[in-house]
Design a binder for this molecule. Structure first.
Ligand code: ADP
Ligand code: ZN
Length: 524
């Protein structure tokens, strides 16, 4: 074999091959780590520049970089982008014909590829692994690595097999990348992909150019229309829960003279890719879609994302809104938040047939989103807090920062709630505690003699919904903790002590009627 050329310097490759003047954020550190042969876990928001973190080391190390990706569309875009840079990249997936596949394998064997994108199930086929045994590999990049977590909304069982790479190719560095930031996914990625020695690179998940707004759902179509009228000529995505809503909404928009197309999994495949291509190519087109649309779509100038229905988790909400403003220019998001959606989402979890511990995590993820919906303070602070990030100041770019929410002094009510938690031994969930506060004699209340407690029936100033909102807001603020190991039992957090002792007040967001909230939005 020919002599190995000297390994090029990352900065040089960055300039000469990628045409970029410098690294962004943690890219330099990640690249250095991987080029040196170390493993890495990279958590960066969408648009943060993850691709460079494995593309560049692939070029700096001898051999081919193997990129594991779950989505054919994503692979196709990336390979095209690599070709534009004059690199030798290919993809192996189910969309290729037999001869096409043979051609890719031949160039892999001949050592001609800089980068090979491959679907996980294809990578793990015995004959393909055998071929890799004979190939010089620069690195393995595991893209969308959160797919390994069964808690997430994108779980792909075939990702679990990727743990085998650690055993089979112990000398090849592995880099796992994702834009999903929650703690559970982080742990799952490390554990399930055997990345014990990987260095964690955690970028801030703030997307400062995205404005967040949550509005009670009243007349969704009318609310959507007035939002769209304020964004003429802009491209955006409108997410709906069901196919039927997608079709109805797209038809309604078209009838209202707005350039909109539907997109969902059951749409004829040809039409579906036609609509997707139109959205990518045209300006000022609105795609009304189910969550089937989005992952791996790289349209930098999406100016807004509207949720007509409540997503199932804060992660899903963050991912979906994250498709707006990838170019860094101002972008807006709007979530219509209805009581019925909430009930429906809860039901979906309860009736999912999942094991109890999975349900518990799903409930917590939904509750985290509800917390963001109900917070009286900065939405961005609440979102980032969920990802373990603290933001010192309110952001100034969300609806509660721009139009402060009406709040009420909830100190007394909060103390009653805390007292209910303490007097029942911090062992019960919201439903039971609300029964206690309202003085409802359920079987469970009598069975535990909770009707004998001084807290029984002291909370009639709020109704069930009001207490539910209060509990959720106290959870969001860290005054109450949910014990997920004890079936969602609520516990008092240390931070609540000053409130209980009467040294600190609590002000919570007042639930506005949808009509009032709608009027407030219109006025803006
Ligand atoms: P992600 O995969 O994290 O969503 P990408 O890798 O697609 O993000 O990068 C998002 C955009 O940022 C791309 O257009 C990319 O070219 C650009 N980009 C990445 N790194 C840099 C950099 N160091 N300097 C300038 N632009 C960059
Ligand atoms: Zn804010």
């Amino acid at each position: 074999p020919a002599a190995q050329p000297a390994t090029p310097h990352p900065e040089t490759v960055l300039r000469t091959v990628f045409g970029l003047p410098g690294f962004r954020g943690q890219q330099a550190a990640v690249v250095e780590r991987v080029v040196a042969g170390g493993d890495a876990i990279v958590l960066m928001p969408t648009g943060g520049g993850k691709s460079l973190c494995y593309q560049l080391p692939s070029l700096c190390r001898p051999g081919v970089g193997i990129v594991i990706s779950p989505l054919i569309a994503l692979m196709r875009n990336q390979v095209a982008a690599m070709h534009q840079l004059g690199l030798n990249a290919a993809a192996l997936n189910s969309s290729l014909s037999g001869p096409e596949r043979a051609k890719v394998r031949a160039s892999l064997r001949a050592g001609q590829l800089d980068l090979l994108y491959v679907a996980p199930e294809r990578l793990m086929m015995p004959d393909f692994l055998e071929m890799l045994d004979e190939t010089q590999i620069a690195l393995f990049a595991i893209d969308e690595a959160h797919c390994v977590s069964q808690w997430g909304h994108d779980f792909r069982p075939e990702y679990l097999q990727l743990a085998e790479l650690a055993r089979r190719f112990p000398r090849v560095p592995r880099i796992a990348l994702t834009a999903t930031a929650d703690m559970q996914s982080r742990e799952d990625i490390r554990r399930r992909l055997c990345l014990d020695n990987a260095e964690l690179f955690l970028a801030s998940f703030d997307r400062p150019n995205i404005r967040y707004a949550v509005v009670p759902k009243a007349a969704p179509q009318r609310q959507l229309l007035s939002f769209l009228r304020a964004h003429p000529g802009e491209s955006g995505i409108v997410y709906c829960l069901s196919r039927a809503t997608v079709e109805q909404t797209a038809a309604f928009l078209k009838a209202s003279g707005i350039n909109a197309l539907p997109y969902h999994a059951k749409l004829d495949p040809e039409l579906r890719s036609k609509h997707q291509d139109a959205f990518l190519a045209e300006e000022g087109l609105i795609l009304v879609a189910t969550v089937a649309f989005g992952m791996g779509i790289d349209k930098p100038d999406v100016r807004f994302v509207v949720h007509l229905d409540l997503p199932g988790s804060l992660e899903a909400f963050y991912q979906e809104t994250g498709r707006a403003g990838r170019d860094g220019m101002p972008a807006e998001t709007l979530l219509l938040y209805g009581m019925q959606d909430l009930v429906f989402r809860r039901q979906m979890i309860e009736q999912s047939g999942s094991p109890p511990d999975v349900k518990r995590v799903e409930r917590a993820k939904l509750d985290a989103l509800l917390g963001v919906c109900e917070t009286a303070s900065c939405r961005r602070q609440a979102i980032l807090a969920h990802f373990g990030e603290t933001m010192a100041q309110p952001c100034g770019n969300c609806d509660t920062c721009l139009t402060p929410a009406e709040t009420w002094d909830a100190t007394t009510a909060a103390r009653k709630a805390l007292s209910a938690i303490l007097r029942t031994g911090q062992s019960f969930g919201t439903g039971h505690l609300v029964d206690l506060l309202l003085g409802v004699k359920t079987d469970k209340i009598t069975r535990f003699n909770h009707d004998q407690l001084p807290t029984f029936g002291v909370g009639t100033e709020l109704d069930r919904k009001g207490w539910g909102s209060l509990f959720r807001q106290l959870i969001v603020r860290g005054l109450i903790e949910v014990n997920h190991d004890a079936f969602g039992a609520l516990c008092m957090a240390a931070a609540a002590e000053p409130v209980l002792r009467g040294q600190e007040q609590v002000h919570l967001r007042r639930e506005r009627s949808p009509r009032a909230a709608n009027a407030a939005v219109k006025k803006k």
